[in-house]
Design a binder for this molecule. Structure first.
Ligand code: GDP
Ligand code: MN
Length: 348
């Protein structure tokens, strides 16, 4: 009789085996998650996948932010799952709430109206605080001030492929500032006047609009109207110093004053995307084709079979959203003059 399992010296031990660290330098980077205590089991699934597919070899820190205090269960479970240092921050009341220039009655009427029109999260106050926080404040949280790079992770996401290199280092080495895995058209009802506010920003601060930007990706008529393309911000790897730059702060303050976070339901995805599209050079935005990802209801799965096999992916290529008519990723390839992966036509 020959056993087909190799002898395991640690069999019987209950202590966790710490995977060998990947060689090479580390970036000044962290994962960042905004969550409620009730999200603990959903964020646990996300953490486990990020650790298994990447961070078990790198041990980057993980910052958790909440408008309330994290409870002991949340801290215990997430600390156990993360291989780097887990850190917990409470959000300043100033950054999570109505600014004094917002007319409360008007904001309440909008929520009522959006409720009647069945607009997703249209009646929610907390969702609006969340979108405003992700748009303008997370990167200035005292815990985030210590880092240069962030990777945003939400509850209940999936990562379907091994990540064979350090995406933070990739961003740094290739002078990238912002990245995405899924893009799509925004639901117009949530942002009817956002582009008007963007245009008044561009008039007021022409110095912040960069030559060689991605305006073509955002607008089909040279900036007159918005085509609603945006990067899906539940996944982001980006540069915190860019978000903390005067240009971005002027942009956020301008939009904030316009009131659309409360008088409409502006999402942080179009807000970040338009900023990246106008204020970065187009080469500074990266599409991580090899990071396979799911957040309900969309999947990004690498188009080419060889890549899926090499990276031990478990996504169904038929679920890949990239070449669907509601995705803006083909437009991104055109903007960047990149050639599309083999087989993309079969997924259109
Ligand atoms: P969706 O992806 O647009 O459907 O929105 P989510 O419900 O996933 O919320 C986006 C992110 O913000 C997730 O990481 C949530 O855990 C977090 N989040 C949403 N609302 C709140 C809130 O009221 N408080 C806190 N602390 N986190 C929130
Ligand atoms: Mn989500």
């Amino acid at each position: 009789y020959q056993s087909n399992t190799s002898p395991n010296p640690s069999a019987g031990s209950h202590s966790a085996i710490s995977p060998a660290a990947a060689p090479g330098e580390r970036m000044n980077a962290t994962f960042v998650t905004l969550a409620r205590n009730s999200d603990v089991w959903e964020i646990s699934r996300s953490i486990r996948q990020v650790e298994d597919r990447f961070n078990r070899g790198y041990h980057y820190d993980w910052v958790f932010l909440n408008d309330a205090d994290f409870d002991d269960t949340f801290k215990k479970v997430t600390t156990a799952l993360t291989s780097g240092k887990a850190r917990y921050g409470k959000i300043d009341k100033e950054h999570w709430g109505f600014p004094d220039f917002i007319d409360q009655d008007k904001a309440a009427r909008v929520r009522e109206d959006m409720h009647n029109r069945k607009i997703i999260y249209g009646d929610s106050i907390s969702y609006r605080h969340m979108c405003r926080y992700e748009s303008g404040f997370f990167f200035r949280h005292p815990l985030l001030l210590e880092y240069e790079w962030y990777w945003r992770v939400e509850p209940s996401i999936e990562l379907f492929c091994d990540i064979a290199y350090d995406p933070f280092k990739f961003m740094a080495d290739h002078k990238k500032k912002y990245s995405f895995v899924l893009s799509l058209y925004e639901y117009v009802e949530t942002i009817p006047t956002l582009w008007d506010s963007v245009k008044s920003f561009m008039r007021k601060y022409p110095q912040h609009v960069t030559d060689g930007n991605s305006m073509e990706w955002l607008s089909d008529d040279g900036g007159e109207t918005y085509n609603h393309c945006h990067f899906w911000s539940n996944f982001e790897i980006g540069n915190l110093n860019w978000l903390r730059s005067q240009a971005y702060i002027d942009y956020f303050d301008h939009l904030d004053r316009e009131g659309g976070f409360f008088y409409e339901r502006w999402g942080d995805a179009p807000v970040h995307s338009i900023a990246a599209g106008l204020m970065l050079k187009k080469e500074e935005i990266h599409f991580f084709e090899d990071i396979a990802y799911y957040h309900v209801p969309f999947t990004h799965c690498p188009t080419e079979e060889k890549k899926r096999l090499d990276l031990k992916c478990h996504c169904n290529p038929n679920d890949n959203f990239d070449w669907n008519g509601y995705s803006c990723t083909a437009r991104f390839y055109d903007l960047q003059k990149m050639s599309k992966p083999n087989g993309f036509e079969k997924q259109m």
